[in-house]
Design a protein around this ligand. Sequence first.
Ligand code: UD1
Ligand code: CA
Length: 471
Amino acid sequence: MVSNEFAIAIMAAGKGTRLKSKHPKVLHEIGGRALLLYVIAAAETAVTPDHIYCIIGHESERVKVAVAATGVQFVLQPEQRGTGHAIQMLKADFERSGTPLPKHLLVLSGDVPLIRPETIATVRDTHLRERAAMTILTAVPTDPTGYGRVLRANPKKPEVTAIVEQKSLTPDQLSAPEINSGIYCFETQALFSKLDALNTNNAHGEFYLTDIAAMLVAEGKRVVAVKAHSVDEVLGANTIAEMMHLDAAMRLATARRLMDSGVTIFRPETCVIDSAVTIGPDTVIEPYVQLLGATQIGSDSRIRSYSVIQNCTIGNNVTVLNGCVFDDSDIADNAILGPYSRLRPESHIGEGAHIGNFVETKKTTIGKGSKASHLSYLGDAIIGAGVNIGAGTITCNYDGVHKHRTTIGDGAFIGSDSNLVAPINIGAGSYIAAGSSITEDVPDGALALGRSRQTNKPGWVAARKAAKQKA
Ligand code: UD1
Ligand code: CA
């Protein structure tokens, strides 16, 4: 596409009243990503970011920050007085900045997130082929209620006579099946010449961009419609229920993409997999697993049911047993974790390591082949290779004010129920006796006993019983 021929406007200023949410509509997420980011990504396949104009208004600063990295341009619509008003703001911005007008303007809606690049190209190509002043992307969903309807003079022909909003439909128009997707291509001059003539004499008291269709037709200009291949890609997200419908569609598409690349996902409809997640072939995802954020999983691994994994990098041939919760951590090849392990941020689990049930780690590195199989807290620790951490071991890393480090050398054996009071160094190959509270560094190869000596009192129980009977 020649860059000064086309620009794209994305209408993203609305509040999203129907969501009843304090967050701006276009920042609501489906598939773990903001609606607006999907639309921008699709737009970027057609023009460069400097030709994409995001019209923002409600909570504009938040929206700007959330998508700034894409490099798109922003146009402020300080008051949201309708989709027609949004484009009036764009026109004013072009005039103010003296930007040469693009010959054609594609208009996308920030709340129609599943639009595919191929469909944007179809709208553009139809527009050019039909030499239209306005080309409207449409669809025929099972229930058109709520959408603007596209009326054609002849259902078999592309020419449109008008777009009528839901609340303005006459009784015999109520069953009109073809909906306006809110995605258009305009000849910019034709559009801009009509914007000032829009009015707010309608049910919402807003400037409707959709009124432009009939205005252009009245002038003898050509307005045409083109139908999208799939209905889902033009559905809007106006309510939480609609948002969740699109979320499910998005996640199912992600699961299908992963399955196509060799990943087994049992009962994909029960899994919550964000769109940025990557997984290698022959990995198995069991039902009711959540894989979120930038999680990456290698090949031949298995994630058992009820695990929730966010922003983690997991290697090959890793087993994650049921009910684990992992955040911002990485796990090397051949490790086995769970059931019910908790990796808090910055946990680094080494190759072939075992992290067992009710073990919690935080800012901790666990070396190759080391094991912490049961009931431990390991925080701010650097643990070497081949270390055995006994059941119930606790790194006492916090003195109430500061966090302190524990280091454990290669091959050390930490007996069960030990407290390691940080800062502390446990030498390589050393032994810590079970039940110890270790407060001083342990040299390499040493045995450390940090518990009081046991005393047995023979016959004590019987003697006490006898004393009680006398009294
Ligand atoms: C709009 C169309 C309707 C179409 C539907 C498709 C109009 C009048 N109606 O209705 O025909 O079937 O989309 O999804 O255009 N926005 C602004 N500034 C505003 C108002 C809205 O930027 O002042 C943005 C919103 O953030 C949203 C988009 O424009 O991203 C559409 O607005 P919305 O209020 O959702 O329009 P619909 O009622 O869905
Ligand atoms: Ca909408």
